[in-house]
Design a protein around this ligand. Structure first.
Ligand code: 6PG
Length: 466
């Protein structure tokens, strides 16, 4: 009898191939399926062992999998996922498991979950973070769906995931689309952190006139302290890379237009649906959109040539670091708040301490600070907001003064910091006992009889403003 494989993977792009090789390294025999002969050949070349197989033939793929079959899809989100499922479905047997490991929209996952359940096929949406290197060496994995089906794949996921303190960066997130939802929020936070690092770069490059070697050293130094994180680490590396087309550094040749696949935008859209404020993440999404208007920006820059008018003193590099740290905290806090609200709304039953734990390794937003977040939720699992945890209050108080100075400097200099200044404003609003929204209530009541509440007594009121 021919060998039956433990694990199947559809989509042998770099992510898929690397994930499959990682699975096989951990002694789960694996077979890959793709429609591209070159990709199948690449897999066979790199994974030269009896435990690894690649095929172009879906019937062979299905036949060679041990039952219940465990099949993971790493194909682009949207239509391709539906297409692969429709293709495989007639060949599957009751009790088989399909795992979508891409960045699918959580509502698509809900639809697929319900439809496959009615056909007695298990379906899970599992966020996988860490890029192609993470897939090969250990990603952070966020599976959701039904808990019983998770048991089928748990040994594989725990073996291949990144490890922090010997604990795997994977856990069952919750029912239905919880896995894709948590990954979506991960990406929203990823957008915010990337934008904030970009702004700190802008302050130091255009404002403080640091050259690339100094920037490299600065991010390297920052990565040794509280800001230790994958994104700060790779930022330091970026300044080292020489261009191989023209003399100079590659970073200076890259066009300032950032692309996006949509997960950051979905986070913002969903926050609106949930009535949750995540303005720093929204700002990061907006900045990607503004970055795309390169031609208009260039024209506008010629029309607005004002010099800096406000008197200001330069912040120190340490103060820029503290401001970045502050805004990192705010970004994570916004994401965690959204997870907490979504858990109620969609009944995911999310465990925020566990999410902070599995984000400490493997994923793109891994950072030393996640241990503080984990502690905050361990100390109080029902925290109304991360920003109310004593652990976090202490950290913010230590850097808030520097943040104000840096934002003041950027305002005076005309250096755009949509995300950083927005993080500060969000924080100031968050901690304000009084906001001027009483005026908005008055306006609404005046023009639309929308009513208002009063400070001094309960009830709903309307006034004749004339
Ligand atoms: C990860 C990343 C990854 C994402 C890229 C690109 O966790 O490994 O989030 O899943 O696809 O970062 O995202 P954008 O194209 O939207 O920037």
């Amino acid at each position: 009898m021919a060998q039956l494989f433990d694990f199947g993977l559809v989509g042998l792009g770099v992510m898929g191939r690397n994930f499959l090789l990682n699975v096989a390294d951990h002694h789960f025999s694996s077979i890959g399926l793709d429609t591209d002969a070159q990709k199948v050949a690449d897999l066979k070349k790199e994974g030269n062992s009896d435990d690894i197989e690649g095929t172009l033939d879906k019937v062979e793929f299905i036949k060679k999998l041990a039952r219940p079959r465990k099949i993971m899809l790493l194909v682009p989100a949207g239509g391709p996922v539906d297409h692969v499922i429709a293709d495989l479905l007639p060949l599957l047997d009751s009790g088989d498991l399909i795992i979508d490991g891409g960045n699918s929209h959580f509502e698509d996952t809900n639809r697929r979950f319900t439809s496959l359940k009615s056909k007695d096929i298990h379906f899970m949406g599992a966020g996988v973070s860490g890029g192609s290197e993470g897939a090969r060496k250990g990603p952070s994995i966020m599976p959701g769906g039904d808990r019983t089906a998770y048991q089928l794949i748990k040994p594989v996921f725990e073996a291949v995931a990144a490890k922090v303190n010997n604990e795997p960066c994977v856990d069952f997130m919750g029912q239905g689309s919880a896995g894709n939802y948590v990954k979506m929020i991960h990406n929203g936070i990823e957008y915010a952190l990337m934008q904030l690092i970009g702004e700190s770069y802008h302050i130091m490059k255009r404002g403080l006139q640091l050259d690339n070697p100094s920037l490299k050293q600065t991010y390297y130094d920052w990565n040794q302290g509280d800001l230790q994180s994958f994104l700060v680490e790779i930022t330091s590396q970026i300044f080292d890379k020489k261009d191989d087309v023209v003399p100079g550094d590659l970073v200076d040749q890259i066009l300032d237009k950032a692309k996006q696949k949509g997960t950051g935008k979905w986070t913002s859209q969903n926050a609106m649906d949930l009535g949750i404020a995540i303005p720093t993440i929204d700002a990061a999404v907006s900045m990607r959109q503004i970055s795309g208007m390169k031609d208009i920006r260039m024209t506008a820059s010629e029309k607005y040539t004002e010099a800096s008018h406000l008197p200001t003193s330069d912040p120190s590099i340490d103060e820029v670091r503290d401001a970045l740290y502050f805004a990192f905290i705010i970004s994570y806090a916004q994401g965690m708040d959204q997870l907490s609200r979504a858990s109620e709304e969609y009944q995911y039953g999310l465990n925020l301490e566990c999410i902070a734990k599995i984000w400490r390794g493997g994923c793109i937003i891994r950072a030393r600070f996640l241990e503080d977040i984990r502690l905050a939720y361990q100390n109080d699992p029902s925290l109304d907001s991360l920003l109310l945890s004593p652990v976090i209050v202490q950290k913010i108080n230590a850097v808030i003064g520097a943040t104000r100075k840096v934002v003041q400097y950027t305002v005076a200099k005309g250096i755009p910091t949509l995300a950083l200044s927005n993080a500060l404003n969000y924080f100031d609003a968050f901690k304000s006992a009084h906001l001027p929204l009483n005026l908005i209530q008055a306006q609404r009541d005046l023009f639309g009889s929308h009513t208002y509440e009063r400070q001094d007594r309960p009830g709903v009121f309307h006034s004749d403003w004339n």
